[in-house]
Design a protein around this ligand. Sequence first.
Ligand code: ZN
Length: 296
Amino acid sequence: MIEFTLIGETETHQISETEFVRATKNRYPYVQTKQSGQKSFYACCPCCCNSIQLVNIHNKTSKVIPHGKHTGKSIDGFPIYNETLYMTCPWARHGSYDWEGKKAELDLYEKEILLRAIDNIDRAIYYLETILGVYFKWKLKEEAIKEYFANQGWLYNIATKENLPMVVLYVLGRKRLNNLLIKKDGLLYTELKKGKIVLKLYENSSDVFYVKDPLDIRVCDFHRTTSSYDYTEIFEMAVDNAANSIYDNDLLKFKFVFDRDRYKRLCEMETWQKKEKYEIIIKKEVDKLPQTLFDK
Ligand SMILES: [Zn+2]
């Protein structure tokens, strides 16, 4: 990974010599000296909060750029290593895991996911509309928000601070395709065309379509590939015949690759204005949550 946090904090820092020294002031337990005199550098994973060892932060001649890797065991001065959180960490390099499952416990990290969701769920919906090339009807936008909060989206194993759109798409579950207005030449349009699904022009428009047939769309699989410096998240989407809803009768499947940087840029857009309609729906859902969720 290329970012770290400090113990008990959520602010992320880029892994570099300057930033490490600035944030940790070279204090214990971030810097530890072995009996041999060799120094080791530690911090916390920005996602699972477990201890990580920083590699190559002071070596400017190496081609290996500074990065962090999970220590896989408890380190003096750091919280006890939590294997359960490690298993769901996007920076963990292990085999498959229960991507549809949810975490039983709420920690600092999940609270941060929730706070970001409250701020950004409208942007997450906008992101989905843009990437899929669709317009959600208001009813569907409202449903997405309700489902996210009712299902405690922040506890999903796949949820990170950075992938809210994926969790929103997932909690929507199986949806009738006619909830969506489909933009010409967008991802969904292209895939439906490939699958020979009949698209009809919407009202008087020339570039917005809809599907009249009773077809459903759903997320059917999730993949994450992780390297030392990056990770990629992909949903596999499927369209099936709702009237004959046997899952192996999928009419088509396609990949939805999550562009983390693009979504991040959208979240950082200062000119973004939350629509009042969104404010009302979100507030209603947040008011239902127990106040303890927001305790520090
Ligand atoms: Zn981690």
